[in-house]
Design a protein around this ligand. Structure first.
Ligand code: AMP
Length: 303
């Protein structure tokens, strides 16, 4: 079943305690699509500006399963740019600078050939644009969105309107707290789910894994115990890419499939954080993914 994503494609500057990288390829839907690519074809809709580097365009093109028909290049605009800094505890990230540029403009058009897409993912971008995008897929099977602190702070009303239209919401524990004022991730997720009549709310807790509050039950999964955390940027988007691609590839939306998809997402994220940008996802093979998934399955065995 066809999978489509919209969100940010951007130029990132990232500072980790060890190293910095300037003007690298980033953005929520870039990470999502790169992670999904290994499991399912993925259609991408996003806008970049006249400053979009040719080498970044080439990186996206090398992922054989990403359809870039929906990547619009706007000559009069600049590309979304984000600068982030990780503290010594790599779980804590500060946004140093964000320039919305093309992300703050009208949404990019959805190509006619994408309109039969059934699995829809709204990666981080303006909730008004996320909702407009969703409306282009009346026959969808599953619509899931991610959001983050910036949008919760500056676009609460459109975010509330969007949540009413979704099947599922994916967000970080700190964002669940920001949205509800509740510190306990499960209680916050339950409240968001019931207030918006969602099938599920999935809370990501960084190195502490993820918790799924679903209409058919609650599921938890630890993160892969990674020692080589080079740059956590994009872990959340890669998690979502692995999850949604598993669901789309198997044409499933049920609770058990969500649990398996969370494991794929967890393993995708564990590769993303081994490098800056999409570098590690760009070399990842299905054998490497499956080997690590087998290893992980043995680690989390409980009975
Ligand atoms: P993650 O680490 O999974 O939260 O995602 C990191 C990516 O999100 C980076 O590559 C940024 O370019 C992108 N990003 C940062 N802030 C925003 C925002 N407000 N809206 C959309 N994308 C963003």
């Amino acid at each position: 079943m066809s999978l489509v994503v919209t969100g940010s494609i951007g130029i990132d500057t990232v500072h980790t305690p060890v190293e910095s990288a300037e003007r690298i390829l980033g953005g929520s839907c870039a990470y999502f699509a790169a992670a999904a690519n290994l499991l399912a074809p993925v259609r991408l809709v996003a806008a970049v500006g006249h400053d979009w580097p040719a080498e970044h365009a080439a990186v996206l093109e090398r992922f054989g399963n990403i359809d870039l028909t929906g990547l619009e290049r706007r000559e009069g605009s600049k590309t979304f740019a984000w600068e982030g800094k990780y503290l010594d505890n790599m779980n804590i990230r500060e946004t140093v600078d964000v320039q919305l540029n093309a992300l703050g403009e009208a949404p990019p058009p959805v190509p006619a050939e994408y309109q039969d897409s059934q699995f829809i993912f709204l990666a981080n971008t303006d909730p008004t644009n996320q909702k407009a995008f969703l409306d282009a897929f009346p026959n969808r099977k599953l619509a899931v969105a991610d959001t983050m602190d910036l949008w919760i702070n500056i676009a609460r009303e459109p975010l509330n309107a969007l949540m009413q239209q979704l099947d599922g919401l994916v967000l970080n524990d700190s964002e669940a707290t920001l949205l509800t004022g509740i510190t306990n991730a499960i209680t916050a997720a339950k409240q968001i789910r019931s207030e918006n009549s969602l099938k599920f709310v999935l809370v990501k807790k960084g190195e502490h894994g993820a918790v799924l509050v679903h209409e058919d039950g609650i599921a938890v999964l630890p993160a892969f115990p990674a020692e080589n955390v080079f740059d956590p940027t994009g872990a959340g988007d890669s998690f979502a890419g692995g999850l949604m691609a598993y669901l789309a590839a198997n044409d499933r939306t049920d609770f058990e499939a969500m649990q398996i998809g969370m494991a794929y997402g967890t393993i995708m994220a564990s590769f993303t954080i081994e490098s800056f940008s999409l570098d590690r996802l760009g070399t990842l093979t299905l054998d490497e993914l499956n080997d690590r998934l087998d290893h992980f399955a043995k680690m989390v065995k409980v009975l």
